[in-house]
Ligand binder design. Structure first.
Ligand code: HEM
Length: 282
């Protein structure tokens, strides 16, 4: 599974899309060659800032236990009977066997809220500020969310069925390749030393591969986020994908470009670089 595989043409005008598709459970949690490196980075982050990563509120333990059991079964891990973590330890234990970040969503006072999570590799968002929050509050910084998504999101969560899991993706560009992107990277200025000569190596396509799966005992939803990254240079072998990316960047309206400053910073440079590399855009 590569970041490039998730680029497709999104015909304008711009609007956010739910973009959910049926999930084949073989692609729910995907182990790849980066497993050891990702897990080493996760352990490092946990040692440094556990309180910013792990959350588990009272009442979410059943959901976490149900999810942990499903993850262990999926990863063919046996021995659950010998050690069963309790409380906040359950979601952390679940996170420590996969490359995906985990958000547990439970219906609370009529809203779908994040009642537990283990998120070490956010894409420029403040994880702690979302602890216990509902979908609308979580997405508060996203321009056009209330117009494009809010209503369909809440209906979607209500209707999601255990036997019909789904996936979707978000894409971002970043001049950093770290798995964890701090909130400050969202509004960061373009690096002046990034030029047409090195943009292919210095700017990365970052895809969040997300899955949503309902768990019937606790009636909770697990939202997983897997970070996939590749330097833009890799797109030179995939002109269709590169063309979609360049077009998508050009179509970004100013409010979205402002919100995704880290992505829009290099729009013109990337278009020039793609053209110079022989890509016909129109
Ligand atoms: C079908 C389900 C969902 C859809 C359609 C959706 C859609 C979106 C979109 C379009 C964005 C802006 C993406 C961008 O920057 O390109 C976003 C951002 C975000 N989403 Fe979702 N989302 C979904 C579920 C969730 C869930 C369950 C969570 C729970 C944690 C979540 C957390 C976030 C966060 C934290 C951000 C960044 C907000 C910020 O800037 O602070 N999303 N989402």
């Amino acid at each position: 599974m590569l970041a490039i595989d998730f680029i497709r043409d999104e015909p304008g005008p711009f609007h956010w899309r739910m973009g959910v598709r049926p999930l084949d459970l073989n692609k729910w949690l995907v182990k790849d060659a980066r497993f050891e490196a990702d897990l080493a980075e996760l352990r490092l982050q946990l040692a440094e800032r556990r309180a910013e990563i792990i959350y588990c509120e009272k009442g979410s333990e059943i959901a976490c236990a149900e999810i942990y059991a499903a993850i262990r079964a999926h990863c063919s891990i046996s021995g659950a009977e010998t050690f069963v973590p309790v409380g906040a330890g359950i979601i952390e234990a679940a996170r420590l066997v996969v490359q995906e970040d985990l958000c547990v969503m439970t219906r609370k006072n009529g809203f779908w809220a994040m009642t537990a999570c283990a998120v070490a590799f956010p894409t420029s968002w403040d994880v702690q500020s979302k602890f216990g929050r509902g979908l609308d509050e979580i997405h508060e910084p996203v321009p056009r969310y209330s117009k494009d998504l809010s209503k369909s999101m809440n209906v979607f969560f209500d209707r999601l069925r255990a036997e019909a899991p789904v996936w979707r993706s978000n894409r971002t560009l970043s001049d950093r390749s770290s798995l964890r992107l701090e909130p400050s990277t969202r509004t960061q200025e373009a690096e002046t030393e990034i030029t047409i000569n090195n943009v292919g190596d210095r700017v990365f396509l970052r895809v969040e591969y997300q899955t949503l799966r309902k768990f019937p005992i606790s009636d909770s939803v697990l939202f997983t986020i897997r970070i996939l990254q590749q330097p833009l240079r890799d797109l030179l072998d995939e002109p269709v994908a590169l063309r979609s990316l360049v077009r998508g960047l050009a179509q970004m309206p100013s409010d979205i470009a402002h919100y995704k400053r880290g992505t829009s910073n290099y729009e013109k440079l990337i278009a020039e670089w793609a053209k110079e590399s022989g890509l016909e855009i129109s």
